[in-house]
Ligand binder design. Structure first.
Ligand SMILES: NC(=O)c1ccc[n+]([C@@H]2O[C@H](COP(=O)([O-])OP(=O)(O)OC[C@H]3O[C@@H](n4cnc5c(N)ncnc54)[C@H](OP(=O)(O)O)[C@@H]3O)[C@@H](O)[C@H]2O)c1
Length: 263
């Protein structure tokens, strides 16, 4: 796959994995649309990428707002040309309180992580289908594969993303439009900077971006990485509830006051 001149929109481009992806794609000659809420951060990134010889354009929008995303993508298309790829990386991560008292954060989690992906696909897919060419992907997570205690809403949002993408992938076969669910383990970004526990097999955002680009180049349906974290999640999926409750009890006690003490 040749990225030179390829028109790709990245949501969540103001920080972390999305920002690293935008940098890597611009380095490869792609024309990158930068989407997130913080317009100043996107302008600064677009300036940085342009002065390094790349091509990037800030298209700020809140991915929970369908109309705003449609306008943002339309602005990119009017300025740069039809979108060929979307990487929906915008996301939030909050613990789930034992009494569900942080319901606003749960609503934000589903609005951003699930509807944000669907809105981005909705804004790009009709044009791709008309042109019989395009690729849609979303940064999900290995946490899509297990409901971890204290992370129920986040895990459920990522499971919803994977299931949505799976159905779309099968439905879109033969249309020229491909779908990839990207499932990283832990990545060092502002989202995980506040974690006080050791994150196994932690990746740097740049490494994660390179793995994502390779997965897109080989048109993977689902890409899980790093391999060892993927295996670990596979083991945890088969573990008894009692073990997982014990494993997460310190984390839950710290992150979520009101959780039962260590089992
Ligand atoms: N870090 C990890 O260990 C890890 C592991 C697996 C999967 N992931 C997933 O990877 C993706 C990126 O996470 P990250 O670690 O890079 O986090 P991050 O550094 O906090 O970046 C999150 C990005 O999402 C954007 N965003 C959040 N809410 C938004 C909204 N309503 N509308 C538009 N943009 C919004 C933020 O931009 P603004 O604040 O400017 O809007 C920011 O650019 C997320 O989907 C996350 O769930 C992360």
């Amino acid at each position: 796959m040749n990225w030179r001149g390829h028109r790709v929109v990245v949501t969540g481009a103001s920080s972390g994995i999305g920002l690293a992806l935008a940098r890597e794609l611009a380095l490869r000659g792609a024309h990158v649309g930068l989407v997130a809420r913080r317009a100043e951060a996107l302008d600064a990134l677009a300036g940085e990428l342009k002065s390094a010889g790349g091509m990037a354009i800030a298209c700020p929008a809140d991915c929970r707002d369908l109309q705003a995303i449609k306008e943002s993508f339309a602005f990119f298309e009017a300025t740069v040309g039809p979108i060929q790829s979307v990487i929906a990386a915008a996301g939030v991560g909050y613990p789930t309180a034992i009494d569900l008292s942080n319901i606003e954060q749960t609503v934000e989690t589903f609005g951003t992580n699930v509807l944000g992906v669907i809105h981005a696909f909705h804004a790009a897919l009709p044009g791709m289908l008309r042109r019989r060419e395009g690729h849609l992907s979303a940064v999900s997570s290995l946490s899509a594969f297990k409901g971890f205690p204290g992370e129920s809403a986040y895990c459920a949002s990522k499971a919803a993303v994977n299931t949505f993408l799976e159905g779309m992938r099968i439905q879109l076969r033969g249309t020229g439009v491909g779908i990839t669910a990207l499932c990283p383990g832990f990545v060092r970004t502002p989202m995980t900077d506040c974690n006080t526990f050791d994150m196994p097999f932690l990746l740097e955002a740049e490494d994660s971006a390179k793995r994502i680009i390779r997965a897109l180049e080989r048109r993977a349906g689902v890409a899980c990485f790093p391999m060892r974290m993927s295996w670990l999640v596979g083991l945890l999926r088969r573990s008894p509830d009692r073990f997982l409750q014990w494993l997460f009890s310190d984390y839950n006690a710290k992150a979520l006051p009101g959780s039962p003490p260590k089992a």
